[in-house]
Design a binder for this molecule. Structure first.
Ligand SMILES: Cc1cc2nc3c(=O)[nH]c(=O)nc-3n(C[C@H](O)[C@H](O)[C@H](O)COP(=O)(O)O)c2cc1C
Length: 289
């Protein structure tokens, strides 16, 4: 069980906080549903309680390839959780996130309460990135990375307990990953994407949830500074590949969770389309819809 406050009001309890009004909650949830998830499965559902919005894993929504290992679905749920906090921040509410709040119910992933707080320019920019972000699977252009971009993304991931290792400097690793990616359909012309490995010190369900939050923070930050992105976990489906990355890239100190392609979108007309989502009503738990 982990409680983690994004505010400094450490003495508050969940009980004495009110949620924002219904319209604000609906707006924030509508933004949260734009979170990326593997295969666009959106493996989460929400329940609205008087003092919190609760996130649950929806076990009926996982891809066959990931069914046995919940890493990817928990990454998606973590992304939805982070998107919700980003959306609330821009709407004037700081969230207090209580992760894995029910020891008897492992699918109860988070309870989110909120306290009023004036949004910053960064809060608004991050929220605006939610609707602009999409997975861009094109070959990225040759580019000069904006100065400090990797440091910024690393910092945002670290704030959520994850680390980032670029794979570009290790030609052997990159080659292995590109070989796998090619099998998934990215073969062909040169691709100038940076491949960033996001990893966490632990490898349990909480670590996967938090990795999803960190992934979301990195993707939205990259979008906000004008970069194209695409999360990739197909290259990590192989236990051998994960082991190889853990040993050779992470020095056995962290666990690979997802690869993020980041770079300069090509100037071509085939812009990635906005992918559909379930409706908000479908994501609310029926008892509370
Ligand atoms: C954990 C995770 C893993 C993903 N892995 C892949 C992948 O291996 N290949 C791929 O093409 N897209 C992958 N995606 C991208 C999803 O397909 C994409 O997020 C989803 O279709 C929704 O589209 P959007 O990101 O444009 O909103 C992944 C996304 C997540 C969150």
């Amino acid at each position: 069980m982990e409680k983690n406050s994004s505010t400094t009001k450490g003495n508050d309890t969940m009980d004495d906080r009110a949620l924002p009004d219904d319209d604000t909650v609906a707006t924030a949830l509508a933004l949260a549903l734009r979170a990326p998830s593997r295969g666009n499965m959106q493996p989460w559902r929400w329940q609205i309680h008087p003092g919190s919005i609760d996130l649950y894993l929806d076990r009926t929504r996982s891809l066959p390839v990931t069914a046995g290992d919940q890493r990817d679905v928990l990454l998606g749920c973590g992304a939805a959780l982070h998107h919700l906090s980003v959306a609330f921040a821009a709407l004037g509410w700081a969230t207090i996130v209580h992760r894995m709040p029910s020891p008897g119910d492992p699918d109860h992933l988070a309870a989110v309460a909120a306290v009023a707080r004036r949004p910053t320019t960064q809060d608004i920019a991050m929220s605006a990135a939610i609707t602009r972000r999409r997975s861009d699977r094109r070959h990225y252009s040759d580019w000069t990375a904006p100065p400090g971009y990797l440091g910024l993304l690393t910092e945002r991931a670290a704030a959520l307990g994850a680390l980032i290792r670029p794979l570009r400097d290790r030609s052997g690793d990159r080659q292995a990953l590109e070989t796998r990616s090619a099998a998934q359909g990215w073969a062909g012309e040169p691709d100038h994407a940076d491949l960033l490995l996001l990893a966490t010190p632990n490898n349990d369900r909480l670590a996967h949830l938090r990795a999803g939050e960190a992934m979301s923070a990195v993707l939205l930050t990259a979008t906000n500074i004008g970069l194209a992105t695409c999360p990739l976990s197909a290259p990590l489906d192989s236990a051998d590949q994960r082991l190889h990355l853990r040993r050779d890239v992470l020095d056995d100190t962290a666990h690979p969770q997802v690869i993020l392609r980041v770079g300069q979108a090509p100037d071509t007309p085939d812009q990635p389309q906005r992918t559909p989502r379930r409706s908000l009503a479908e994501m609310l738990s029926p008892a509370h819809a």
